[in-house]
Write a protein that binds this ligand. Structure first.
Ligand SMILES: N[C@@H](CCC(=O)N[C@@H](CS)C(=O)NCC(=O)O)C(=O)O
Length: 210
């Protein structure tokens, strides 16, 4: 399998963490959104990252891809089978992507990815807007963060992966979880072998040719 997208994206990281948790081999081709790579564009109609190629099959959108992987490789699940828990897992995924990351990316893009990586002008007003929105997400996460274990109980699931992945992206702009239950849960996530593996990928920066 081949994953397209830069690991700094919470959605790309989420997908890679799911692949690691499932023990599925894959190759990561790091590229930015809208990259003019033909193999990538063939499977990401709007140029968004991530996208996945699996043999003849191609798909974009992290949540769609994870639903596909879960159906194709149900062993070592990241989604619970029980109906209420499955619904909650999808809720956390949706919350992470469309509320938490929606605010966080305003900051990440305008203070880091845009100006530092893509050499694009920064919209500081949008970053400030994201900063004003984030406390609501932080308060919500703190209200559901468990004293021990994971967001859905005993099993580590997509719920934990999706929310933690947004926090990891926010670290690029100096934002870390500081509410106590959230910080303790996030530290536990950081001990997962899957997380450590992705942290190594994320720490590696290929040198530019001289
Ligand atoms: N819901 C999508 C979101 C993907 C997404 O928006 N990725 C960003 C990068 S973090 C992107 O490609 N942005 C470019 C764009 O929106 O045109 C997913 O989960 O994959």
């Amino acid at each position: 399998m081949q994953v397209f997208g830069g690991i700094i994206s919470p959605f790309v990281r989420k997908l890679c963490l799911v692949l690691e948790e499932k023990g599925l081999p894959y190759e990561l081709t790091q590229l930015p959104p809208h990259a003019q790579d033909a193999a990538f564009r063939a499977i990401s109609p709007f140029g968004k990252i991530p996208a996945l190629r699996d043999g003849d099959y191609g798909l974009s959108d992290s949540s769609a891809i994870i639903a596909y992987l879960e159906a194709r490789h149900p062993e070592r699940p990241v989604l619970p089978a029980e109906a209420c828990a499955r619904g909650r897992a999808m809720w956390f995924d949706e919350f992470a992507d469309t509320i938490f990351a929606h605010s966080g990316l305003k900051i990440l893009f305008n203070r880091f990815v845009g100006p530092k990586l893509l050499k694009l002008p920064c919209d500081e007003a949008l970053a400030v807007e994201g900063e004003a929105e984030l406390p609501e997400s932080f308060a919500y996460i703190e209200s559901v963060a468990p004293e021990s274990g994971w967001l859905l109980g005993e099993d580590f699931t997509l719920a934990d992966i999706a929310v933690a992945s947004v926090f990891r992206s926010l670290a690029y702009v100096g934002i870390t979880p500081d509410l106590p239950r959230t910080a303790a849960w996030y530290a536990r996530v950081g001990e997962r072998p899957s997380w450590r593996k992705i942290a190594e990928v994320e720490a590696y920066r290929p040198k530019k040719p001289q």
